[in-house]
Design a protein around this ligand. Structure first.
Ligand SMILES: [Zn+2]
Length: 344
């Protein structure tokens, strides 16, 4: 019944979103999990980007839970065949890490190696070159250091942690809704006015290309492209979007000597990656491309390998119970309501 509904939805355009709404209500053949930072938690009251990081011990919990629930952890390369072939006996899980953070190598890689778990690192060129724009971190630091935030007619108090959290959320969503250049200039200005060293935020946060090349010699590691500058692709003209997709693949292949077969769309929500981007990724020769639209993977996704949903492991809910619920496929709708499961 569920599957028939998914098939009849056709899985195109807005139908794809509707199909995902159905898919949320049951476990599929497998799931692609999204991670960002893996590192010991900092003790901070105001931490609006905390959802983007988990503790190393929780990564162990994730692996234990997958094992207990009977999931096979497989490389991303295996997904097309697992979707197109006969129903596998056990569900599968793919582990993906976005942006190329240094802590993925330092904290996650040893845990994954000890378990023999394959994983994929999605690399953004400018982050690897130490010159990327972590605009969500710029905004965080600006709000942390400012007692009051003024922007575009807004005048927001930011003295207490609670006020800071509200100011961050208000600004975050206001800026996310607008053009990307306005967002980037606003977070840069606010950070500079607050005395933040913007360049320092980009220095050393991510692995350099030679470090990525060394990491990729590990057979458990698959590299994927995550564009040149980490834009919300759908907000840009087609030539910019195509260049970001095509050249990031070439840069990463040249730097590492590895074939790059997978793409993750930055931010990855419908406002950042839509049918045009799915077509561009297919044209560029990627075997798969992943979004941040929440959902499990079903056989029907074999025909839509450049619009694959993922399930974000949210740092605000680091418990085995929350994870079991996510892996059941049942609560994704509620889980993902609200902001920033779709954050960078
Ligand atoms: Zn990203």
């Amino acid at each position: 019944m569920l599957k028939r509904a998914i098939i009849s939805a056709g899985l195109y355009g807005s139908d794809l979103v509707r199909a995902h709404a159905w898919a949320r209500f049951a476990r599929g053949r497998g799931v692609i999990l999204t991670f960002h930072h893996v590192r010991p938690p900092a003790d901070e009251g105001f931490a609006p980007n905390r959802l983007l990081e988990i503790a190393p011990a929780f990564l162990e919990t994730v692996l234990d839970t997958l094992d207990a629930l009977g999931f096979d952890i497989v490389p991303l390369d295996a997904v097309p065949a697992l979707l197109a072939g006969p129903e596998p006996e056990r569900p599968f899980a793919v582990l993906t890490f976005d942006d190329g953070y240094r802590d993925n190598r330092d904290y996650a890689a040893p845990i994954l190696a000890a378990r023999g778990a394959p994983w994929t690192l999605f690399v953004t060129r400018d982050f690897a070159l130490g010159r990327g724009r972590f605009w969500w971190r710029e905004l965080e630091e600006a709000v942390r250091r400012s007692p009051r935030i003024r922007h575009d007619g807004l005048d927001l108090p930011a003295r207490t942690d609670a006020e800071k959290a509200r100011a961050f959320d208000t600004l975050y969503w206001r800026l996310r809704a607008g053009p990307e250049d306005a967002l980037r200039s606003a977070t840069h200005r606010l950070a500079e006015e607050a005395g933040v060293d913007v360049a320092a935020l980009a220095t050393g946060a991510c692995l350099a290309l030679d470090e990525i090349a060394a990491l990729a010699r590990d057979p458990l590691v698959t590299l994927g492209a995550h564009t040149l500058t980490h834009p919300m692709l759908a907000k840009h003209d087609v030539e910019t979007a195509r260049r970001e997709i095509v050249e990031s693949r070439a840069v990463l292949a040249d730097a590492t000597g590895r074939e790059i077969r997978h793409l993750a769309y930055p931010v990855g929500d419908p406002g950042s990656a839509g049918p045009r981007e799915f077509a561009l990724a297919r044209e560029a020769g990627f075997e798969t491309a992943v979004t941040t639209r929440p959902g499990h993977l079903f056989a029907e996704h074999a025909g839509h390998l450049h619009a694959l949903p993922r399930v974000s492991v949210n740092g605000l809910h680091q418990s085995a119970g929350a994870l079991r619920a996510l892996l059941s496929g049942l609560p994704l709708l509620a889980w993902n309501r609200g902001r920033r499961v779709v954050a960078p």
